[in-house]
Design a protein around this ligand. Structure first.
Ligand code: HEM
Length: 230
């Protein structure tokens, strides 16, 4: 085994890879949410479609960026699954309920065990989501004209999808998993990177909760707003 591969496969290396790829994905998700907030602008899609069309201006380099994003997603999922399987092999008693300092069930260990469940659910969501809105194989996107050029009418596509209660329920449900995954991931990333002193742990836990709630509610609001109000 080459040294880099060995380092990245060690317990510390694994946490490092998960943390760095997790941070990159959270940054993407924040930018994605900020862009998607233009879906709330009541102008028939003008603002959102202009924002989405801006990516077309990047040209072929967009494919390179998308491939990079895909690589980070694959690394995060791949490392996450193999780490969980290794841990389970190393500690077959993992199924036993861990206890906290007061002798009750440990919320933290429960949350970390749930990472694999919420992570797999998110992975399934992502495949469906990309198929839905990026590859556009579930609903076909018509074109719209922006400054004399033809672009996909993604506003209409998103509205068509979220006029169907099935897709509203699917996205709202997926965002619950997303919120739990993010809350524990945030905490665990700061701990893995050594950025957490014991006296900070309560504050960091609260901050992770806040970040997860803001992002979850921001995304979850979109299908609900379109279905019930738009
Ligand atoms: C209601 C919530 C969401 C809406 C309305 C939405 C909307 C969209 C749209 C319209 C696209 C296609 C963009 C384009 O082709 O230019 C897209 C792509 C994408 N979305 Fe979302 N999204 C949502 C939530 C999420 C979440 C929570 C994640 C991650 C956890 C996510 C990850 C992605 C990824 C990875 C792509 C592909 C990016 C690319 O290849 O350019 N999305 N989304």
């Amino acid at each position: 085994m080459i040294p880099l591969k060995r380092a990245l496969s060690s317990p510390v290396g694994r946490k490092f890879v998960m943390s760095i790829s997790g941070i990159a994905l959270v940054l993407f998700v924040i930018v994605h949410l900020l862009g998607n907030l233009t879906l709330y602008v009541p102008d028939g899609g003008e603002t959102f479609n202009r924002y989405a069309a801006g990516f077309d201006a990047i040209g072929p380099a967009l494919y390179v960026i998308e491939l990079g994003l895909l690589a980070v997603i694959v690394i995060h999922i791949g490392w996450g699954i193999t780490t969980a399987l290794k841990n389970r092999k190393a500690r077959p008693d993992d199924y036993a309920v861990s206890v906290n300092s007061k002798g009750g069930p440990s919320n933290l260990s429960l949350a970390s065990k749930n990472m694999i469940v919420t992570g797999v659910a998110l992975g399934i969501f992502l495949v469906v989501h990309i198929w839905h809105f990026r590859i556009r194989k579930i609903y076909v996107a018509d074109n719209t004209e922006i400054d004399g050029q033809q672009h996909a009418d993604l506003y209409a596509l998103v509205h068509t999808a979220f006029s169907d209660p099935f897709w509203v329920a699917f996205y709202v449900g997926a965002m619950v998993f997303f919120g739990f995954h993010l809350r524990h991931g945030f905490w665990s990333t700061l701990q893995s990177l050594g950025a957490m002193k014991p006296e900070w742990s309560k504050g960091i836990y609260a901050l992770g909760f806040l970040v997860a709630v803001v992002l979850t509610v921001g995304f979850m609001g979109i299908p609900l707003y379109i279905y019930f109000l738009a």
